[in-house]
Every structure is written in structure tokens, then in C-alpha cells.
Design a protein around this ligand. Structure first.
Ligand code: SF4
Length: 405
């Protein structure tokens, strides 16, 4: 799952066109593209695009809250609401003084994508796939985004080339379920990577967004293990460390598969950092099952976790299951987040005294190749460029670097 995890609200600045993104990285990418579309078409009035998410009940609640807050803070703006929550709560949004943009319209606008509008970002997001065929029992995405559809290789190539030609050093391949890439055209994610490597040799930094452990084939695994243009941070959609819960979730991997996968990659790239999504408090999750999830963090050597307390999403199978009490769900989320914090601290400590590459994101902040937050004391470094630094401290889970020339 490309997942609910990265939801964030971007502070509205005093700009003509701005965006608020909830939900997955694909939504983040789409908001950027929509902003560029509106930038080209509207200067008369401030435009704010709210790209919503409905992956869980909580995500939908937060989407509604974000729209209300946006209206309150920007009473004179043209507020356009789009995304998955619009599909699941049409009636709610159509009563508000906003323009509702259904996913179909959003998709058609996204086709007219002008890549040159990402100049204020450190990296560029390229969508290679949309939708999902899996119907995990907790997830509404297949109902709101439809079946998996792959972007043709030549379109991906053209979009990346445009970004690279306009100076971007780092590309993120995005989608809802990118390991399903190309199923309908007899190709796979490995083909996308091979194609990019061959046709755009000047691109040396690729991130791949969330991967489904069950769908990483040998060819893809080989590329991840051996091609260092794939940056050393892999994010996995794991969701649970208990096999019974994974089955109830209709996931297609076992906890043993995750451990084996992480070990295989680590055999070739010992420094690699693994991120993962987890849902805790899924219906039927006993204390023992939850402990299996906690244990998986160490067993698989995971470093960066996104932890979500389960909340039922109307229209999904899991919403019909008997739910756990709210307090148990939230206590487990808290416990796993504490475990996650320790795992992250241990990972950060590994880098003390080492030299790392980092890309500048803004105001003396950036991310290392391993996708760890970094700070440095040099205002002259350019956003989107890659530099070296030596890690001399860690403050609030951020690596503090001395820039090396
Ligand atoms: S159905 Fe499963 S694989 Fe598909 S987007 Fe949802 S969680 Fe991810």
C-alpha cells in the first residue's frame, strides 16, 4: 500500500496557488501537479487545493477537518477539494463553500502535467502507476481509485527526462501499489528501473516509494541489491508482524518473508535502512499477536516506522469485524511508536562520525541518502543539490552535520 502514513498539512503561505495534502505520497505528487495546472490558469483569486484521503475513518475525519480549517483561515480563497474522501463523502463536501473535484476530473487534469513547476522542491515525484487490485480487508483505495493502471514506459521516461533536464538530482517513483506496475502489459517495476537506467544514465538518485514485500520478484530484488542508484532506504508495506493478522488483512506475505527479504538485501547492502508501515489494533489482534509485530522490528532490522492505530473504514471487510476497544488500539500504537523511536535512535547512532551524502530540502535542512533528517550550518547550499557532510551529533532524531567540501 502506498499508504495513509505520510499525511501532512502544509502551512498556507501567502501564495496565489497552494495545496494541502492528506494521505499518501501519490497524493502529495498529485497536489504538486494540480498546483501547476492552476498556476497556469488562474491568477485572479487565491486558489487552495485540498487533496484528501479516506484510507481510514480517521484519515477521512482529518480531511474534513483540514477543509474546514482551510475555509476558516482563507475566507476569500477559491478552495478546491479533491481526492479519495471526496469519493466517499460527496454529500458532506458539496454542502461546503468549496469546489468539489471528483477523482475522474483530477485524473484528466493530471494528464496535462507540466513538469517545470517543481523548482521549489528538492526532489521530483514521478507517478508510474495508480489504483490497486488487491482489496486488503482494511483498505478503501481499490474502491476509490479503481484497478491498477500503469503509466507507459515512454511517458515515465519523458517525465523523468524533463525533471532531470531542469536540474533535479533525485527522482521518486510513486504510485499506489508500484510493485504491481505493468501487470496488465506484461512488465514489472524492474523493467521500469532498467529502462530508466539505460535511457537516462545521468540520473544517479532514485527512490522507490512503498513496496509490497509479497510482490518483490527476483529481478527487482537483484536491482535493489546491486544498483546503487537506488538510494539505500527501502520502505515496505508490512502492516503486521503476526501471520494470523496478515491473513485477516488479506495481505500476501508472512512475517518470515519480511525477515528473509530484509536479510537478503542487507547481505549485499549492509548499510540499508528499512522503513515500514504498521497498523495496530486490527480486529482480533491479541496481545500475543501484537507482540509478534513488536518483535518484527528487531527481527527484520527495521528503522523507520509509520504506525497507525486501526480505524474501520466503512465499505471495507474489516469494518464488519468485531472491533477492539479504542483504548487498547491507541495504547498499542503508543507502545509500537516507542519501539520505533528506539529503533530509529539506534540507526542514527550508527552514523555518528561517518561521512554521508545529503540533499538540501530547505533552510539548512535536508535528507541523507538513507532518508534520515539532517541539519547543517551553511546557508549557501542550494536546495535540490547533493553535498557531503560528517555527522558530529544527533539532536531530536536529526543528524547534525559539518559540511565537507
Ligand atoms: S488494497 Fe492493499 S495493496 Fe492496495 S492500496 Fe490498499 S493496502 Fe495497499
Amino acid at each position: 500500500m502506498q499508504s495513509q502514513k505520510y499525511w501532512r498539512i502544509k502551512k498556507i503561505m501567502n501564495k496565489k496557488v497552494d495545496g494541502i495534502t492528506l494521505g499518501c505520497r501519490l497524493n502529495f505528487y498529485e497536489t504538486e501537479v494540480l498546483k501547476s495546472c492552476f498556476r497556469n490558469s488562474s491568477r485572479e483569486q487565491d486558489v487552495i487545493i485540498v487533496n484528501t484521503c479516506s484510507v481510514t475513518h480517521e484519515a477521512e475525519r482529518q480531511s474534513k477537518q483540514a477543509v474546514r480549517k482551510c475555509l476558516k483561515e482563507n475566507p476569500n480563497a477559491r478552495v478546491i477539494v479533491t481526492g479519495c474522501a471526496v469519493e466517499t463523502s460527496k454529500d458532506y463536501f458539496s454542502q461546503l463553500p468549496v469546489e468539489v473535484m471528483r477523482n475522474e476530473k483530477k485524473t484528466s487534469m493530471l494528464r496535462e502535467f507540466d513538469d517545470k513547476t517543481f523548482a521549489d522542491r528538492a526532489r521530483a515525484f514521478v507517478q508510474i502507476q495508480n489504483g490497486c487490485d488487491h482489496y486488503c480487508s482494511y483498505c478503501i483505495i481499490p474502491f476509490t481509485r479503481g484497478h491498477s493502471v500503469s503509466v507507459p514506459l515512454e511517458v515515465i521516461e519523458r517525465n523523468i527526462k524533463n525533471f532531470v533536464n531542469s536540474g533535479f538530482k533525485e527522482i521518486v517513483l510513486s504510485g499506489i501499489d508500484i510493485t504491481s506496475y505493468g501487470r496488465e502489459i506484461g512488465k514489472g517495476l524492474a523493467n521500469v528501473l532498467e529502462h530508466i537506467f539505460k535511457r537516462i544514465p545521468e540520473l544517479t538518485r532514485i527512490r522507490i516509494s512503498s513496496l509490497d514485500p509479497a510482490a518483490i520478484d527476483d529481478k527487482l530484488l537483484h536491482i535493489i541489491c546491486h544498483d546503487y542508484r537506488i538510494l539505500p532506504h527501502i520502505h515496505l508495506s508490512i502492516q503486521s508482524g503476526d501471520n494470523n493478522i496478515l491473513k485477516m488483512m488479506r495481505r500476501r506475505h508472512l512475517r518470515e518473508d519480511v525477515i528473509a527479504l530484509c536479510n537478503k538485501i542487507r547481505n549485499f547492502r549492509s548499510d540499508i535502512v528499512f522503513g515500514a508501515d504498521f497498523i495496530v489494533g486490527f480486529p482480533g489482534e491479541t496481545e500475543e499477536m501484537f507482540k509478534n509485530t513488536v518483535a518484527l522490528v528487531d527481527d527484520a532490522g527495521l528503522s523507520m516506522l509509520h504506525v497507525f492505530p486501526f480505524s474501520p473504514r466503512a465499505g471495507t471487510r474489516a469494518a464488519q469485524f468485531v472491533q477492539l476497544p479504542h483504548n487498547i488500539v491507541h495504547a498499542r500504537a503508543k507502545e509500537l511508536r516507542n519501539v520505533a523511536n528506539t529503533a530509529l535512535e539506534n540507526t542514527l547512532n550508527r552514523f555518528i562520525g561517518t561521512s554521508v551524502n545529503f540533499i538540501v530540502e530547505h533552510d539548512e535542512c535536508g535528507k541523507t541518502d538513507h532518508f534520515l533528517h539532517a541539519k547543517f550550518n551553511d546557508k549557501t547550499l542550494e536546495v535540490g543539490n547533493v553535498y557531503h557532510g560528517k555527522v558530529h551529533d544527533i539532536i531530536d532524531n536529526v543528524l547534525i552535520l559539518n559540511v565537507e567540501q
